[in-house]
Design a protein around this ligand. Structure first.
Ligand code: SF4
Length: 267
């Protein structure tokens, strides 16, 4: 027996019939509960003993941040698969490929199948998946306005800004200070655009983590004894198209991903 790495690994061996014989509403909810240590894998009567023998969930998993995150993702997926995908695709600027809801993220496609699994070559990592599922569930489809606001101006952003600056903007600023090709590389690798310089910055670059959620990075080089500075800006539709919590996840997740790329390959 091995410990499941995440709830989706448990979900993959279930028959996805949502028959409710285990007492949960769906197979996904059951997988999340097993991963959290709240249910036992053998509570699904549709599994063979060979399948049951594949996983064990030790108590060490219980209530760990990772387990809670996995359970939260399972809950979100559970809600997403109840949606009628074609009108959702139209609302959020995504596309349908057959029955798969496909969202372009930074120039790459992530598909969500009707059984809640993902069709993608990308690593399915929480900082992308949680905002993505939130976007699919809650984006109101308001067109991008072209008016940019800071994180602090997002509803609920003021309270979270200190941490957002530390884990997002400051990390990006250090990368921009250190690597001269940083902006050219992220534009090239993640389908970004250099745009007209805004707010008297030296560099302005726009990335599209989701079709209706552009992020603009503005960087000011060091000048006459003043240090450099970097801020992220969001379209003012972000309040209704994503909301502050997922925007926080997205901004800090991007910074973290760029930091890891720099450590591994440089820019
Ligand atoms: S009993 Fe098994 S197949 Fe039925 S809903 Fe529960 S986990 Fe899914």
């Amino acid at each position: 027996m091995v410990v499941a790495k995440n709830a989706m690994e448990i979900f993959s061996i279930l028959d996805k019939s949502n028959c409710k014989k285990c007492g949960e509403k769906t197979c996904l909810a059951f997988a999340g509960a097993v991963y959290m240590g709240n249910r036992r894998i053998e509570d699904c009567p549709n599994l063979s003993s060979a399948d049951i023998a594949k996983f064990t969930t030790p108590s060490a998993n219980e209530n760990s941040p990772e387990a809670q995150q996995e359970a939260y993702i399972a809950e979100l997926i559970d809600d997403v698969i109840k949606l009628d995908f074609p009108p959702v695709a139209e609302r959020i600027g995504a596309r349908m490929h057959g029955s798969v809801l496909t969202v372009n993220i930074l120039g790459k496609n992530i598909g969500i199948r009707t059984d809640g699994t993902f069709a993608t070559d990308l690593h399915v990592i929480p900082w992308v998946i949680i905002p993505l599922l939130d976007y699919v569930l809650h984006c109101q489809g308001v067109p991008v306005s072209g008016d940019w606001i800071s994180f602090r101006e997002i509803i609920g952003g003021k309270e979270k800004y200190a941490l957002f600056k530390k884990r997002g903007e400051d990390v990006l600023k250090q990368l921009a200070d250190k690597y001269t090709d940083f902006f050219d590389d992220i534009v090239h690798m993640f389908n970004g655009k250099r745009v007209e310089k805004r707010f008297e910055s030296d560099v302005s670059v726009v990335l599209y983590p989701f079709p209706l959620v552009p992020i603009m990075i503005c960087y000011w080089k060091p000048d006459e004894g003043l240090g450099s500075s970097l801020n992220l800006f969001f379209d003012k539709s972000v309040d209704v198209n994503l909301g502050v919590d997922s925007t926080y996840f997205l901004g800090t997740g991007l910074a973290n991903m760029f930091h890891k790329l720099a450590e591994q390959h440089g820019f």
